[in-house]
Design a protein around this ligand. Sequence first.
Ligand SMILES: Cc1cc2nc3c(=O)[nH]c(=O)nc-3n(C[C@H](O)[C@H](O)[C@H](O)COP(=O)(O)OP(=O)(O)OC[C@H]3O[C@@H](n4cnc5c(N)ncnc54)[C@H](O)[C@@H]3O)c2cc1C
Length: 450
Amino acid sequence: MYYDVVIVGAGPGGAIAAKTLDDSNLSVCLIDAKPKEKIGEKICGDAIGKEFFDFLYEKINLEYPDEEVKDRIKGIKVFSPDRKTVFDVKTMNWGYMLDRPKFGQRLLRQIKNVCLMDNTKFTDFYEKGIIVERKENGVKNEKIECKIVIDASGFNAVVRKKVNDDGLMEKETGKDEFVVCYREIKKYNFEYPHHCHIYLSSKFSPGGYVWEFPEGDELNVGIGVLHPAQPKKYYEAYGKFRGEKFLNGEIINAGGGISPTRRPIDSLVAMHNGIGIILVGDAACQVNPIHGGGIGQSMRAGYFAGMTIKKIYERNGKDGTGKISIDDLWEYNSDYMKNYGGTIASLDLFRIFLQNLSDDEINSGMSAGLIQEGDLLKISEGEEINLSATEKIMRIARSIVILSTAKKLVYTVQKMKEVKELYRNYPSPGKFLTWKENVGRVYKDLRRHL
Ligand SMILES: Cc1cc2nc3c(=O)[nH]c(=O)nc-3n(C[C@H](O)[C@H](O)[C@H](O)COP(=O)(O)OP(=O)(O)OC[C@H]3O[C@@H](n4cnc5c(N)ncnc54)[C@H](O)[C@@H]3O)c2cc1C
């Protein structure tokens, strides 16, 4: 069996890579370990901004979600740990709350020419391609020859973990670079229709946050915590705090999940035995490290990955595909990192800043206005913020807690700017290791300072 491209994983990232390649004359295979009708099922907060659909509609004519939209969101409220300060963040556009299984199926329906192989699990590489295990016919160790593999397999990054590339693409990520989550969807008429609630609290969600997102007459509610804390235990404590009406809501669906919360893998591409490797979505850690949103981010990356492949084949011609090199693949690194990687990395630094603050520091920082509501939206969208309010507060701060938090914030914002500049100048392959060291230095500086 031969395909020019194999995409491992048919979640949002893999599906959009497939949709982008759908009109090419390449032979493309999209494999997923799940049976077709279960593709899209995932424990998730289900929230996504409309802007991702605007982008993908323009680029590849992707349909907007329709019957799978369970609710529309017009704002986010962020609560301080003592719940005395609430930031009311208006979204620029309406956001959607999605029924993820139905959404996954909508994405699949839009792929017409790519071959979908469900019940098919990537297990390893062989010298000319990949080895898969197929549930349907009980075949183990079936070989698929290919030139390029896209790893869109989610957090477990099954392909990335098998790549041998002399250190270009890290296999493992740090223990403090993901959150473990427990989530329920329950019958519950949320008190604040069309608003997502986020609650920062080390008591209920150390290193992460509690979310409550309305989905019509249901509520998507969950907790993310830093490993090795157990999210279910914290969730139970939160349920008691929330009260009887909440506890009595019928549970429709429950389960756990893991979300990466770090900068993207430093190189999203590599060569393994002459096979080109491209990472997309959670496998690439292309998730917003502050709120964990990754559906839109994965889809957008899937588009960039697909476009890079199309361009390689246009340049090299279909017959010249044996010549795929790291330089060909690098365009995806440059496009993605210069445009979005820097934003994710800067948010990662902000995540580290937040995780190093105590509840008291967050309470006093939020109530003193060290960060304004508008800043919060800017930060979450990766824009640079102007800290004049913070600097004024630093001059007049009477409390040591506020002064020290303000100083840390100013330093963090400076490092966020530095890291963005490094990503704007994402290097060529030959200068990659020096660039990586420079990024590492910014992280070290920040951690030392906090
Ligand atoms: C609790 C939780 C809440 C979240 N809330 C939100 C939210 O509100 N908004 C948001 O935007 N994001 C949210 N996210 C993140 C979001 O779910 C992910 O970023 C997104 O699903 C990533 O898409 P993906 O295509 O990279 O991977 P996935 O959606 O994980 O898809 C990976 C696919 O690969 C397949 N696969 C895995 N291993 C193999 C293998 N060996 N062989 C073949 N196929 C394989 C899987 O079956 C799956 O279909 C949340 C995540 C969690 C855990």
